[in-house]
Ligand binder design. Structure first.
Ligand code: ASP
Ligand code: MG
Length: 417
């Protein structure tokens, strides 16, 4: 017997038929003797609609009321799933965030989970074999008692937090893809599904735009060592052997990964713009004069590359910002020109960032050098490079994104054979 959390996203609960399908997945695990807590999202499209209504109500609205509105989508699916489960003979009870409770910070719209009370769920597993159906995405502010939400995609985080609270053996994320891939299969048809990936690697992939899971949920899983299994909800529940290993990707601690490849995955983003500041003074305080105003304007700066000055007086500094903030960043820098002191601003928004990720890089030299050579052979120019312990990123012309990703995917042996 195991204790499991099963999380179903919006497309998996899109209508009553889908919810029946979810109920059969739950039944399979219950019949196998497992204790089950289910976490559900709102039906697909519902949260978008609720957000749109809030905006229509008033462009500037109170975040506490936004949370009161947008949390309602999950309330509906939790209740419906409990109804359908009971209908097929399974004890089930729905739980809103405030009922359990799931206590959070008061950052309405982007609250952080502080504590999940799992004791009542454990008691009911034992005494009544009751399945808990928990509304994802929502919690309750610890002091005011008001409903909070966790930010878009937050049901993943709810699921991981519940799994940690009840010490589940695994948190199964049922979604519309059957796992985590080496890169986007739409760009590289030979992308492979990974059977395992380490938390740290998933964190890099998730924050770089692989939209499988909310980044915060992976952080939380890493802290509490919650094993996550990403799998498809569209498989026929009856076809799955509850004691076998279904297709999917296990996100786990690196000690669980026996055959570690040097490179695990490649992420890319076309949503990047490059800004170069030419001939800035090479003296203390200049970086602060540049990045201070950008931070105040809430502009997220990513890759930062600064040259060592050749003449001892001035240098060039290059960094990237999201495409959407490009013009604002240029404006901010133009306004601060006197304070910073530079000769010229150059910028370009048709650039892309490609990141190569793998914990094996810690112990292997020359991984990035291979990439530089392979890209040079394809005539792809590298504009900037940054590295960290388990990742390196390069900035290139956007037009070469697909070619570069495919080239690197083959180079590191990631292609499906
Ligand atoms: N329903 C929420 C959203 O669409 C939370 C979630 O699905 O994870 O963002
Ligand atoms: Mg999601």
């Amino acid at each position: 017997m195991a204790r499991l959390v099963m999380k179903f996203g919006g497309t998996s609960v899109a209508d009553i038929d889908c919810i029946r399908n979810v109920a059969r997945h739950v039944k399979r695990e219950v019949d196998a003797g497992h204790q089950v807590a289910v976490v559900v999202s709102a039906m697909s499209g519902v949260t978008d609609q609720l957000v749109a209504w809030c905006r229509e109500g008033a462009a500037l609205h109170d975040a506490r009321e936004y949370d009161a509105v947008v949390s309602s989508g999950e309330q509906v699916t939790a209740g419906l799933l409990a109804i359908v489960l009971e209908g097929i003979g399974i004890n089930a009870r729905s739980w809103q965030g405030w009922q359990l409770p799931i206590l959070t910070s008061n950052a309405h719209g982007a609250a952080r989970i502080l504590d999940v009370n799992g004791a009542e769920l454990l008691k009911r597993f034992k005494e009544r074999q009751e399945v808990a159906v928990i509304a994802g995405f929502q919690g309750m502010h610890k002091e005011t008692g008001r409903i909070t939400t966790l930010g878009r995609g937050g049901s993943d985080t709810s699921a991981v937090a519940v799994a940690a609270a009840i010490q589940a053996e695994r948190c199964d994320i049922y979604t519309d893809v059957d796992g985590v891939y080496t890169t986007d299969p739409r760009v590289v048809p030979r992308a492979r599904r990974l059977s395992k990936i380490a938390f740290e690697e998933m964190l890099e992939l998730a924050s770089l735009g692989a939209k499988v899971m909310q980044v915060r949920s992976v952080e939380l899983a890493m802290v509490h060592n919650v094993r996550i299994f990403v799998r498809s909800s569209f498989e026929k529940p009856e076809d799955i052997d509850p004691h076998g290993t279904p297709p999917g990707t296990l996100i786990c601690g690196e000690e669980e990964i026996v055959e570690q490849q040097v490179v695990t995955g490649i992420a890319f983003s076309k949503d990047e713009a490059q800004i170069s500041i030419r001939r800035v003074q090479d003296k203390p305080g200049v970086a602060a004069a540049i990045f201070g105003p950008l931070a105040e304007a809430n502009i997220n700066v990513d890759m930062i590359v600064q040259n060592v000055s050749a003449d001892g007086a001035t240098t060039d500094l290059t960094f990237t910002v999201p495409d959407a903030d490009y013009q604002r960043a240029i404006d901010v820098l133009a306004k601060s020109r006197a304070a910073i002191g530079y000769e010229r601003l150059d910028g370009q928004s048709d650039v892309a960032k490609i990141s190569v990720i793998g914990i094996g890089m810690r112990s292997h030299a020359g991984v990035a050098a291979q990439a530089f050579k392979a890209l040079a052979e394809r005539g792809i120019n590298i504009r900037a490079i940054t590295t960290s312990e388990i990742k390196f990123s390069i900035l290139i012309d956007e037009a070469y994104t697909e070619l570069a990703v495919r080239t690197l995917h083959s180079l590191y042996g990631l292609d499906k054979v």
